[in-house]
Ligand binder design. Structure first.
Ligand code: G3P
Ligand code: MG
Length: 246
């Protein structure tokens, strides 16, 4: 389903602060065709493009996501932690992020993280934004570690492709993917075995591995039949194509 084998993790997160408009734009500028971003809820129910369940690591503020609102994050600096050059970068709502990604023609792997929130709280506004702005559904896949998030997607927007995220692939993966009518399985590459990869492919699913940053680790994975890698450093994998400079 994913035409590009290289998916930029949290945008081009090795060259710009993760999950920001800058990281999205930079990915497109460097010829990357697909990106992965994370969507989570703030305390007031607004949905933002963000990974952690707190703002401590990637902003100049502190506190859990539940303690913040669309209003309280307005003046945060979400770029200086990464580099001086990115000072003033904002935490953005999921809707403008989706609009930008669509306008750039990128493929999107949108990962939904529930943390302590219900599926309806997080997924309903994400689906609303996607159904409003997204045009090419072949270039969209929603993934999640949270089964409830994917169940919600299946019920309310079955036309959007779903992928199940695992750290380690569990014994019941076939049952779960079938129930979800998922198109793909996404797993942590360090735990994947050749046998598992072959089994996933034999069942007709796409297989994505995260977060592959070491090119020497990847040749084995391609041999096992994986379809794509999710990486912080697409430049390490694309440099031989001349698409991107290190
Ligand atoms: O979607 C792959 C990967 O992003 C999952 O882990 O913690 O980086 O969101 P994490
Ligand atoms: Mg993610």
């Amino acid at each position: 389903m994913i035409a590009s084998k290289i998916i930029a993790h949290r945008g081009l997160s090795s060259l710009a602060p993760e999950n920001t408009l800058a990281a999205i734009t930079l990915a497109a500028e460097h010829g990357i065709e697909w990106i992965e971003i994370d969507a989570i809820a703030l305390g007031d129910g607004s949905i933002v493009m963000w990974h952690d369940n707190s703002i401590d690591r990637c902003s100049d503020g502190t506190g859990s996501m539940a303690e913040h609102s669309a209003q309280s994050i307005t003046n945060l600096d979400c770029g200086s932690w990464f580099s001086e050059h990115h000072c003033g970068e904002k935490m953005v709502a999921i809707e403008p992020a989706i609009e930008l990604i669509q306008s750039l023609g990128l493929g999107l792997n949108l990962e939904i993280k529930l943390y302590e929130n219900s599926a309806a709280t997080v997924v309903a506004p994400v689906l609303e934004a996607l159904l409003k702005h997204w045009q090419d559904f072949d270039k969209l896949i929603i993934s999640s570690f949270d089964r409830a998030a994917l169940d919600y997607c299946q019920l309310h927007a079955p036309q959007i492709q779903r992928g199940k995220l695992y750290r380690e692939i569990p014994g019941n993966w076939q049952e779960e993917l079938k129930q979800l009518a998922a198109v793909s399985l996404h797993c942590k590459y360090q735990h994947l075995t050749a046998q598992q990869a072959v089994a996933v492919k034999a069942q007709g699913y796409d297989l994505y591995c995260y977060t592959v940053n070491d090119p020497s680790a990847v040749s084995e994975l391609w041999q096992w039949g994986i379809d794509a890698i999710i990486t912080d450093y697409p430049q390490r994998f694309l440099s031989t194509t001349g698409l991107i400079e290190n």
